[in-house]
Design a protein around this ligand. Structure first.
Ligand SMILES: [Zn+2]
Length: 355
């Protein structure tokens, strides 16, 4: 399933970096976290939002990375990777693309007419911009997505798994359209997990674009900020994008109200936005599914010029504080992207000294 972090195209499997040896305690801790992420803890989304009102509903839904509902196979693959069992690339994620670009679904009989319309509108938008098609389940379909409205949040399984049957899940906690999980960009975000994508901040080159502030996270929060290497995820030759609908905001899993992730370049306030799906989000989908013309479609010129603008800005700031455009409360004493690692280390060391 890590077939799409950014789009992961489920190719391989290793967690970024060379295999590492973990202690038994670390391994047990990771497994306990993964199991917790799959267990209903009884909390409603409203309660989770009170714990971290600065993050989005999907980030606060209590699953892996906030809103990814893992299946048994995925848990085992993640455990093997985390434990460093076997050789690098020994575990291959299966192809998780939906056959014939068609997502088969059933909407559970629990939504109001307005909610069903909102769900259908999200599907229509995906069909408008990609070659993905939706088809309602028939009695012959064994594998399909059951759209449910449990109150614990907004989350989804990731990718197509031919032995998962009706347990392909897209849950949109019931709310008035436009509120809570029923924000259009959130519903589409969850569909993009179903289609095979993971979160952008997990991709292999994310450290070139964001700084992770480990010290501000809730316990176990670091598990949600793992990244996956090029054998695992494929960005489909589409540049990193703060405004992607698959990107965390600044405050995901914060323990103290301070940011857990900051953009290195100016994000124009778009990181974690819930207002729209970007052209590059659609392009990633189209390339992942080899939709006609997708690989010939150039990256949008406006976005490219913004990238160049960002690059120029970084160049200009490389001798100074790269975070100077950020609100004061978020400014940290970093210099260049290369210094981020050094600073992170120093932060860890300081924390140790404090103990
Ligand atoms: Zn998500």
């Amino acid at each position: 399933m890590w077939s799409a972090i950014v789009v992961l195209s489920l190719v391989g499997c290793a967690v970024a970096g060379p295999p590492v040896t973990r202690s038994r305690k670390d391994i047990e801790g990771f497994r306990a976290y993964l199991e917790r992420s799959r267990t209903d803890d009884g909390l409603r989304l409203e309660s989770r939002m009170l714990l971290n009102p600065k993050a989005s509903p999907w980030e606060n839904s209590g699953k892996f990375q906030g809103d990814i509902l893992l299946n048994d196979k995925q848990v085992e693959l993640l455990m093997q990777q985390y434990a460093g069992v076997g050789a690098r690339n020994a575990f291959i994620w299966p192809n998780t693309k939906w056959p014939r670009n068609t997502v088969v679904y059933e909407i559970n009989n629990e939504f109001t007419q307005a909610q069903v319309q909102a769900i259908r509108a999200s599907m229509a938008e995906i069909e408008e911009h990609t070659c993905i098609r939706f088809r309602r389940k028939t009695s012959f379909d064994r594998n399909y997505v059951l759209v449910t409205g449990r109150p614990d949040g907004c989350y989804a399984t990731a990718g197509y798994w031919e032995d998962m049957g009706m347990h392909h899940t897209l849950n949109i906690g019931k709310a008035n359209p436009g509120e809570g999980c029923f924000i259009n960009a959130i519903i589409i975000h969850e569909w993009l997990h179903i289609i095979g994508f993971l979160h952008l901040h997990s991709t292999h080159d994310r450290d070139d674009y964001v700084r992770i502030l480990w010290e501000n996270m809730v316990p176990d929060g670091e598990y949600d900020f793992q990244k996956f290497d090029t054998d695992t995820v494929d960005n489909m030759d589409v540049p990193y994008e703060y405004a992607s609908t698959m990107h965390y905001c600044r405050y995901g899993h914060t323990a103290n109200g301070k940011p857990t992730m900051l953009p290195i370049y100016n994000d124009y306030g778009r990181m974690g936005q819930l207002d729209y799906v970007t052209e590059w989000d659609w392009l990633r989908v189209n390339r992942h599914y080899n939709c006609p013309g997708a690989w010939e479609t150039p990256v949008h010129a406006d976005e490219l010029s913004q990238k160049r603008e960002n690059d120029a800005a970084l160049e200009k700031m490389s001798q100074r504080n790269v975070a100077e455009d950020l609100p004061q409360e978020e400014v940290l004493a970093a210099d260049t992207p290369q210094d981020v690692e050094a600073e992170k280390v120093s932060v860890v060391e300081e924390a140790r000294l404090d103990q």
